[in-house]
Ligand binder design. Structure first.
Ligand SMILES: [Mg+2]
Length: 231
């Protein structure tokens, strides 16, 4: 069996729970902004989703550039509070930066850091994320040789972009790479389709719903040693 040289990881919902982080980031950015500019009409969830869809249809790069998408949304929502284009630009940038800081207020799942620390002594590690978390802002940058985001490859997993970039950066063959992530399609099917090995991070122990047979899985970061059995 081919030896594993590189392990790549997803971030959101693999190293931490992202849902509450985004909700908190969203709400605290709104609160912070309203203290600055007064009431803003944020609309309901339905109108938010409709706006997002509308913006992405006009500019398809917003499907993979979440930062740009979020700035565009702030721009639309804040346009009524100022007629000064420079002020609007500044507000959008400040709002986005505030949001991004809050987006990094994550709580690692138990065992993540210990697992990374240990694995980094035996394998090269990399990050393949569709989101915009920055490993260097989270003090885990030292464990990784590289981090690839959707903006870097202008596409989202499960498309080949992230996986191909990992091969390009590492010089590994696909069968020397193991990818670990929570998403059945974006992570597991994407990696297997690219010829890599995969471990499904299945924290909530839900059912496997894909046609491909279920790969090895772990439900917490104390079980990561099965990697060595695959290697
Ligand atoms: Mg994920």
């Amino acid at each position: 069996m081919q030896k594993i040289k590189l392990i790549t990881f997803d971030l959101d919902d693999t190293f931490w729970d992202i849902g509450p982080v985004i909700i908190n980031a969203e709400l605290s950015t709104r609160k912070w902004l309203e203290e600055k500019v007064g009431e803003v009409d944020w609309g309901n969830m339905e109108s938010f989703l409709a706006l997002r869809k509308d913006l992405a249809e006009k500019d398809p790069s917003l499907y993979w550039d979440l930062g740009k998408l979020r700035r565009e949304i702030f721009r639309v929502k804040l346009a009524p509070v100022t007629s000064d284009e420079n002020e609007l630009k500044e507000l959008v940038e400040e709002s986005f930066n505030y949001f991004l800081d809050k987006r990094h207020e994550i709580i690692f799942y138990d065992g993540v850091i210990e697992a990374l620390e240990d694995l980094a002594t035996r394998y090269d590690l990399g990050v393949l994320t569709n989101g915009n978390a920055d490993i260097n802002k989270l003090n885990i940058g030292e464990y990784f040789k590289f981090s690839v985001s959707s903006v870097d490859v202008k596409s989202n997993k499960p498309d080949k972009g992230h996986f191909q970039k990992a091969l390009d950066l590492s010089g590994c063959d696909a069968n020397e790479v193991l990818h670990i992530g929570d998403h059945q399609i974006n992570d597991v099917v994407g990696a297997l389709d690219s010829g890599m090995k995969a471990i499904w991070f299945n924290k909530d122990k839900v059912d496997w719903e894909q046609k491909l047979s279920k790969p090895a899985e772990i439900s917490n970061w104390y079980n990561y040693k099965i990697i060595d059995e695959m290697a």
